[in-house]
Design a protein around this ligand. Structure first.
Ligand SMILES: [Zn+2]
Length: 448
């Protein structure tokens, strides 16, 4: 996403489209040696499917898959297996971050805001930083991420995914959307002299034909999901209400959704509130991103249609402008309506997934681990277990990988993490992930 807009000018060429990736396939990582057997002794194991914690479990990992999970007392240790002792820790499946921007390096107004990412960072720099972002996800226990657009870096996410999958760099299983879609006047760079031909942070199109063509282009170049901005600018009106500018018409979003669904792909829609939110829901968006202000009717429609909700609560507490300015009023209005919308959705049974919009805030900010979102989710009414499920079993279903990720169970990929404390008691324990295994390979173990 882009939280605010600033100004300056330059021209940027797009990354060359990377060779097609077999767009229909789920992300694949290089498998661990298929003969290797690892036994993990888990003091506590979070069963995300059942929403329960089991004591003293043994997990047998063969190659890159989980072979069995059972009580330590009755478990048989295969001969020659490597043993990883996490008997003093809480073990859970690798987590899923459902809203990231690995190509974005913060939108700090003091550093020039969003625009500087496009205006002053060469693409090679952006790609290099994206590899660091991918590593950060893994370090913090996120073994899968849905990266919801490159913000002007073209098809760079397809390239980063290739480098992760061939083992060149560490990173999570990536679901990529390439360029997001919006309308003319629906995304920055903007606010510059109209004579300048400046790049945009998204692919702009107009009309159902234009949007269908753009969707086809992206899918043919490796997009796993399609991302659409259904609202753009936001402000507070004279009555003190949050308003947001709608972008695509109903006909336009229907063309995108129809095309994507035909390819077996889903559509993630950035939508704050109002007309744009209504068109997103009527158009059949599969997930609503941010959803700052949901009416009762919006919530009921999401439940009826099975729409996913990725609220990204945390970034709306960042970089508030002075409260006496228009931007400052908007910043506070956004946060004020967001919590109640989340509570309403939770109560009604909307399917909620964990996402932070990391990238809109800096990946390397030590005060802002990705897991800070868990605290917000619990603050607004989730139990710690519900918040954990929002980052494991729930997104697995959204990503059509139920039983393969987001769960420690036989047949699943061996994406396993551990924390020293008990996150079911204090969800902030997830800020300090000490053990990470992805695809059967240990990435880090600080719990020895
Ligand atoms: Zn975003």
């Amino acid at each position: 996403m882009r939280i605010r807009t600033l100004a300056l000018a330059f021209l940027l060429s797009c990354l060359p489209a990377v060779a097609q990736l077999g767009a229909g396939s789920a992300p694949q990582a290089p498998a661990a040696n298929s003969n290797s057997v690892v036994i993990i002794r888990a003091g506590r194991l979070i069963d995300t499917a059942a929403g329960q914690v089991r004591q003293n479990q043994v997990i047998v990992v063969r190659g890159n898959k989980i072979e069995s999970v059972g009580d330590a007392a009755s478990a048989k240790a295969p001969a020659g297996a490597q043993v990883i002792d996490l008997s003093n820790a809480t073990v859970l499946p690798g987590m899923v971050e459902s809203h990231t921007h690995i190509f974005l390096q913060g939108e700090d107004p003091k550093k020039g805001g969003y625009d500087q990412n496009i205006l002053t960072y060469p693409l090679a720099y952006r790609a290099a930083k994206a590899t660091v972002s991918a590593r950060r996800l893994l370090e913090q226990g996120f073994t899968t991420a849905r990266d919801v657009e490159t913000e002007g870096a073209g098809y760079g996410d397809v390239g980063i995914k290739m480098a992760i999958n061939d083992g060149s760099i560490p990173g999570p299983r990536l679901f990529v959307v390439t360029k997001a879609l919006s309308t003319t006047g629906g995304y920055p760079l903007e606010g510059y002299a109209p004579e300048l031909d400046l790049p945009k942070g998204a692919q702009l199109a107009d009309g159902p034909v234009g949007f269908r063509k753009a969707t086809r282009e992206q899918l043919s170049n490796g997009a796993d999901w399609i991302k659409v901005y259904m609202t753009h600018r936001s402000w507070v009106d004279k009555q003190g209400r949050l308003q947001s500018q709608p972008t695509l018409t109903l006909d336009e979003i229907k063309a995108v959704v129809d095309e994507a669904h035909g390819w077996g792909k889903k559509v993630a829609c950035h939508a704050y509130n109002g007309i744009g939110m209504q068109r997103a829901l009527d158009g059949g968006c599969d997930s609503i991103e941010h959803g700052l202000e949901l009416t009762d009717a919006n919530v009921a429609q999401m439940v009826r249609q099975g729409t996913w909700y990725c609220p990204t609560l945390s970034p709306y507490y960042y970089w508030w402008a002075d409260e006496n300015t228009a931007d400052g009023k908007r910043d506070r209005a956004r946060a004020n309506v967001h919590g109640p919308s989340f509570q309403k959705a939770l109560k009604a049974g909307v399917k909620i997934v964990f996402g932070t919009d990391v990238g809109s805030f800096e990946w390397t900010d030590p005060k802002s681990p990705i897991a800070m979102e868990f605290g917000r989710m619990v603050e607004f009414g989730m139990t710690p277990m519900q918040a954990i499920q929002a980052a494991t079993s729930m997104p697995a279903e959204m990503l059509d990988m139920k039983g393969e990720i987001g769960v420690v169970a036989p047949g699943a990929y061996a994406d396993i993490i551990a924390v020293a404390a008990d996150p079911v008691r204090d969800v902030n324990a997830l800020r300090n992930v000490g053990f990470v295994m992805k695809d059967g390979k240990v990435f880090k173990n600080e719990l020895k």
